[in-house]
Write a protein that binds this ligand. Structure first.
Ligand SMILES: CC(C)(COP(=O)(O)OP(=O)(O)OC[C@H]1O[C@@H](n2cnc3c(N)ncnc32)[C@H](O)[C@@H]1OP(=O)(O)O)[C@@H](O)C(=O)NCCC(=O)NCCS
Length: 318
């Protein structure tokens, strides 16, 4: 068995095979269109690779994708050393081939290849929808995953914040966001954030349903960025730089009002250690253990600090 990079033709073949797992409620044609557009997005063009586990005769046994992301390790003198994290997505084995260890083999060969090919690699990251045991076998450890959930509320979104952000202003707002103080962290780029908003654009067209009027807000020094998950009727916070309890409440209030106007059924925020106590002070939120999208990390070099408390904003999800 060997690991190979998929050709453009093989990528589309995998789209068809993957459809039952990630396609509905889109049609097959809609899903192929979604994948084509997402692959054409500038962030994907720069960072996405599709990997195949092949038998010697060339038949495909399993597949997945990697997106390279920026990671930062704090040196003893406080300086940040930039490296690479590879987020793994769309791990897939066709039903007829399951239970023979192909996904585990794919992940093992992939980790070895990433270690070999990237001298500055730090970690691999994935978001499990099938629990932890499968990926623990491949050296991944889960991190705590809590969601804050808010109901939409009526009202004028702009009333609570200094500025609402259309998608054209997200990049400038992202530039002012404060990086985590953790000893090791990931920092999503503005094009990476826009890749999520591209998903919103695609689902809005294909479902079809209207887009929310904005993709974020600023209140004082605090900033929130969000996008609509059309499939689950959710306004999902991608990144939150929360400086005070008042500003946090204002931003989440704006998100709730934007969600209400867009006819969405909830606002969801992935908790990070630095913001947890501020979000807990916002009235009306409920904190729940996350179902699905369980972040799991695997170090790909020695000497990293404990990864358990690594902040994982939703913007890292792939
Ligand atoms: C998950 C998946 C990739 C596993 O592929 P595979 O080649 O069969 O994996 P392996 O043979 O290496 O490992 C199989 C193990 O995965 C476990 N597993 C597979 N699907 C699972 C699920 N939905 N929930 C929990 N465990 C699951 C099996 O129980 C098995 O464990 P066992 O050996 O203790 O019985 C495959 O089932 C698949 O493509 N599923 C649909 C897409 C998907 O959900 N991908 C994962 C997204 S995070």
């Amino acid at each position: 068995m060997r690991l190979v990079l998929a050709s453009d033709e093989q990528k589309v073949e995998r789209d068809v095979v993957n459809y039952p797992a990630w396609g509905p409620p889109l049609t097959v044609a809609g899903f192929i269109e979604r994948e084509k557009r997402l692959r054409g997005h500038p962030w994907s063009r720069a960072e996405l690779k599709t990997w195949l586990l092949c038998e010697e005769e060339g038949g495909v046994l399993a597949s997945c994708e990697t997106y390279r992301m920026d990671s930062f390790l704090r040196a003893p003198d406080g300086a940040l050393v930039q490296g690479d994290n590879f987020a793994i997505a769309s791990v897939f084995t066709e039903e007829r081939l399951r239970g023979r260890g192909y996904a585990t083999r794919l992940l093992g060969l992939l980790a070895a290849e990433l270690e070999r090919a990237s001298p500055r690699v730090h970690t691999a990251l994935l978001f499990s929808d099938v629990g932890a045991p499968l990926y623990r076998r491949s050296g991944y450890q889960e991190t705590p995953a809590w969601d804050w959930r808010f109901t939409p509320e009526p009202g004028e979104p702009a009333a609570l914040v200094d500025r609402l952000l259309p998608d054209t202003e997200v990049s400038a707002a992202h530039a002012r966001m404060r990086r985590p103080e953790a000893p090791f962290f990931y920092w999503p780029t503005a094009p990476q954030v826009d890749w999520h908003i591209e998903r919103e654009r695609i689902y809005a067209e294909l479902m079809p349903r209207p887009r929310p009027e904005t993709n974020g807000a600023m209140a004082g020094a605090s900033t929130a960025l969000w996008y609509m998950m059309g499939r689950t009727s959710t306004l999902m916070v991608l990144m939150l730089d929360a400086r005070t309890a008042e500003e946090t409440a204002a931003l989440l209030g704006a998100a709730r009002r934007v969600a209400h106007r867009a006819g969405l059924s909830q606002v969801v925020l992935w908790e990070e250690p630095s913001m947890a106590s501020l979000v807990a002070q916002v009235p009306g939120g409920t904190r729940e253990l996350r179902e699905g999208s369980l972040p799991m990390l695997r170090p790909l070099r020695p000497g990293l600090p404990s990864l358990e408390a690594t902040p994982i904003p939703r913007a890292l999800w792939v």
